[in-house]
Design a protein. Structure first.
Length: 487
């Protein structure tokens, strides 16, 4: 059994290492958006992703125990990838979770995005330290210059006293905004990125806010932005931050720029205005936070989002995931893949476009209503219909004409799916889909159990304790890809 899992995970690793992850020719042409939207419509995973490959491999095992052992190896590899800061293959490297995809894919996105953020933070820290060293060097070199102007690309801001202060964490100039007190250009700071929330964490956050009324996370982000703004714009005041961060809360006076004050340096002062009423109220949160904030660039601040804690939570969740939760996401993702592959060939076919559209609409309606688990047999029949149109188009066309001429034809798409699947399914195939009641009850009982039940009553699936003597022999051969599949 252990050899079986090692063989499978090594197979995956080899594919990842060669960069030949999942090559399929999905000819989308002008209908690319429609094709790629179906997996998202049914809350699956995009084609050619890690989730799809895992679904295909797991689908080739016949028992839950083999699937659980394989999943154990997958999670172990995920931990290794994370500890070595290697990106997961088949997953975007720096994208926030796509809430229209399955939770498993969202969690893979979080892992890769956390790796990107950690790498970028290291680069930003090194860049800031290099800039400060260069600034220190410039000060020494300019000590003998008459004008005292600093050299190099280091950014400075001039205070009212005439002193030049180093801008820390400045990203780029913010349009034509200038600081109200000093007239210096306003620079947008590099700010901390927000938390990476998957759909389950968003629900938990919403419930927490509704239950407690707490908005602590929002205050932390605002305080962080204020500190970054102060570091990038020496000499700034609250009004400057409001004009940059929340323009609707600032109203300019009608005085023209020609009537504005002029400094000795010849730089015109920005037209003054006033804050909105909510900003002027006593005890306003923004004012209180501004008074407590200090000029600290984002890279030097305490992180608002702990990447290590977030990924560790995801990996722990993978260890305790319920079989139904895992298999459901893999099953729906494979459905989406099948339709993405078939779409270019069937959507434009004058013979099958109508039936294909019916199949697609039924799949979307069933999955969006979260009733797919109650209609697995119907979904499999729809998939069989799709497969028949692709592999046996002549037979499918012939039988479609026969059913259209029949008096029993109804307008309900599901009825058409059932008839077609029964026509093209052999008796052996039908018998396989209709197991005995005892087999069905045993299977339902086993699928309701957690993976951990297979491992010596441990609380987690991933206990390394060896199986009992009654367990299957570890010398089993790897299964053929044609032994058993999910769909």
């Amino acid at each position: 059994m252990r050899k079986l899992c090692i063989w499978s995970i090594l197979f995956l690793i080899q594919i990842f290492a060669e960069g030949d992850f999942l090559r399929r020719k999905i000819n989308s042409s002008s209908e690319e958006n429609d094709i790629t939207s179906l997996p998202r419509d049914i809350h699956g995973a995009p084609p050619e992703t890690l989730v799809i490959k895992l679904a295909e491999v797991i689908g080739n095992y016949k028992t839950l125990r083999k699937m659980a052992l394989f999943w154990f190896r997958v999670v172990a590899e995920l931990r290794k990838f994370w500890s070595e800061e290697q990106y997961l293959p088949g997953v975007p490297q720096n994208e926030i979770p796509d809430l229209k995809t399955c939770l498993l894919y969202q969690q893979f996105q979080v892992i890769n995005c956390c790796i990107s953020r950690k790498r970028l933070r290291i680069i930003a820290t090194e860049s800031l330290e290099s800039m400060m060293m260069q600034a220190s060097s410039n000060i020494k070199e300019s000590a003998n210059d008459d004008d005292g102007a600093p050299a190099g690309p280091v950014l400075y801001a001039r205070l009212n006293t005439g002193e030049r202060v180093l801008r820390l964490g400045a990203d780029c100039q913010s349009g034509d905004l200038t600081l109200l007190e000093t007239g210096e250009p306003v620079y947008s700071p590099v700010t901390q990125e927000g938390p990476l929330l998957t759909e389950d964490l968003i629900r938990e956050t919403e419930e927490f806010v509704l239950r407690t009324g707490s908005v602590g996370a929002g205050c932390s982000q605002l305080l962080s932005d204020m500190q970054a703004f102060k570091a990038a714009n020496p000499g700034c005041i609250l009004e400057d931050f409001v004009r940059w961060h929340s323009p609707p809360d600032w109203t300019d006076n009608e005085a023209s720029i020609e009537d504005s004050d002029v400094f000795d340096s010849g730089e015109s002062l920005s037209i003054r205005g006033q804050l909105s009423r909510r900003m002027q109220k006593e005890g306003n949160l923004w004012r209180e936070l501004w008074l407590t904030s200090k000029p600290v660039p984002a890279v030097k601040q305490a992180p608002l989002f702990d990447e290590d804690l977030a990924v560790e939570g995801i990996l722990n969740a993978f260890e305790d995931i319920h079989p139904l939760e895992l298999f459901g996401q893999l099953f729906v993702s494979l459905l989406g893949l099948g339709f993405a592959i078939a779409e270019p060939m069937l959507s434009s076919s004058k013979d099958f476009s109508k039936l294909f559209s019916d199949c697609k609409e039924y799949i979307v309606a069933t999955c969006q209503n979260n009733k797919w688990s109650e209609k697995v047999d119907d979904l499999v029949q729809v998939y069989d219909t799709l497969e028949t149109m692709l592999l046996n188009p002549e037979e499918a066309l012939k039988m479609m004409k026969q059913t259209e001429e029949s008096n029993t034809v109804t307008d309900e798409p599901k009825s058409r799916f059932k008839r077609l699947s029964l026509i093209f399914s052999s008796k052996d195939k039908v018998s396989k889909k209709n197991p005995s009641k005892d087999q069905t009850n045993d299977e339902e009982k086993s699928t309701r159990q957690s993976f951990s039940s297979f491992f010596e009553n441990k609380s987690s699936l991933f206990s390394k304790k060896p199986p009992r003597s009654g367990s299957p022999s570890p010398s089993e051969n790897p299964p053929l890809e044609t032994d058993w599949t999910i769909v």
